[in-house]
Design a protein around this ligand. Structure first.
Ligand code: F0G
Length: 352
């Protein structure tokens, strides 16, 4: 699996079970960095922590992995239009890959609750953006029924090709570490991604490419934590708009990932999520979006509670790029200093 310049489909074709005649619609997604998060490692206890930086994908999130496969298969099956509901990143990826395939994209988004960068992407790639006066879960119910009403292919993660593509992130981690992590922390919203990672790890295990499976830790925002509460949340609310979801579609698969791996679900308050986002940006130089930082917030808490044993290897998936949500970033940062355009004024600002 060394051809990291190629897209996922050509790199992992044999594992994706796609017809050999498919013509990949690719933006060379995947092959994202697995970066050691030095400040979270604990050499004395032998704990090593990595971040899988999915913001390095072509549209800035892990959704590209699923979308290359979903759009490739939609095109292969003769579809001319795709639809999704989205908190933002799915719509950006659907719009970009549909553009590349010469297909139309319709994206249904919650009114006013989508980060600016994601909206810009969907609009710029020429998607028809449909804002509903409702949340993601309501949008999801509508788009699931739409293939019966209009000639569109659904490309949310209930489309099984999405999980096929997204499972490749687990392959890449094992290919690069030569093993699975002991613990894998990742944000959970609609729950497709935790299901996809578990599928990937399990497949490598079945084919003998992996000895020991990881423990999966699903991380949610406190105001949108259906898995922690064990039931649907009617009015999810969180600053991490990407995971502002109360009725996850991959409920059973995510529960299976948790129970089969011996893992757990955990939720954290918005302030802790934002603190973790800033921590990563300022201590590690990695700018991820708030939803991604929930995995790091959860790991920091687990380390404090000594819930991670000595000699553990940990991976946190950093699902999306921080530039997706400039408003949230700017609102938690100090104002720029405003000074006169002179050497003295700038020097005084430096020495202040
Ligand atoms: N992180 C980010 C940045 C996301 O955009 C999402 C989901 C998740 C985590 C959670 O992944 O849904 O597979 O559990 N975003 C979807 C969207 C819902 O519409 O972009 P999940």
């Amino acid at each position: 699996m060394s051809d990291s310049g190629a897209g996922l489909i050509s790199r992992y074709q044999a594992r994706l079970a796609l017809p050999t005649s498919v013509k990949p619609i690719s933006l060379q997604e995947g092959s994202t960095p697995l970066v050691c998060l030095n400040s979270l490692c604990d050499p004395e206890r032998g704990i090593v922590v990595y971040g899988k930086v999915e913001g390095a994908n072509p549209t800035g999130s892990f959704k590209d992995r699923g979308m290359t496969v979903a759009i490739t298969m939609a095109a292969h099956e003769g579809s001319e239009a795709v639809i999704c509901a989205s908190t933002g990143n799915t719509s950006a990826a659907a719009a970009a890959y549909a553009a590349r395939a010469g297909m139309k994209a319709f994206v249904v988004i919650p009114d006013g609750k989508i980060a600016l960068g994601k909206l810009a992407q969907a609009m710029m790639h020429g998607a028809r953006v449909i804002q509903i006066a409702g949340n993601f879960d309501e949008g999801m119910q509508i788009v699931k029924a739409m293939p019966d009403e209009a000639p569109v292919t659904l490309v949310n993660s209930v489309n099984p090709y999405r999980l096929q593509g997204q499972k490749t992130a687990a392959f890449e981690i094992v290919d690069s570490l030569g093993r699975a992590p002991d613990y894998h922390f990742l944000p959970v919203g609609n729950a497709g991604n935790i299901s996809a990672y578990w599928l990937g790890y399990s497949e490598y295990h079945q084919t003998g490419d992996l000895d020991k499976l990881p423990i999966m830790v699903g991380c949610q925002a406190a105001g949108a934590a259906p898995f922690v509460h064990g039931k649907i949340v009617a009015d999810p609310e969180t600053v991490a708009t990407a995971i502002r979801i109360g009725n996850p579609q991959s409920w059973d698969l995510a529960q299976a990932a948790r129970s089969e791996s011996g893992g757990w679900f955990v939720a954290h308050e918005d302030q802790l999520i934002l603190d973790a986002q800033q921590y990563l940006a300022q201590r590690e130089g990695i700018f991820c979006e708030p939803a991604s930082a929930v995995s790091v917030a959860a790991l920091i808490s687990a380390l404090r509670e000594s819930a991670i044993p000595d000699q553990s290897v940990v991976v946190c998936t950093l699902t999306g790029h921080g530039l997706k949500d400039p408003d949230t970033a700017i609102s938690q940062s100090p104002e720029p200093l405003r000074v006169a355009p002179t050497l003295g004024a700038v020097r005084d600002a430096i020495l202040r």
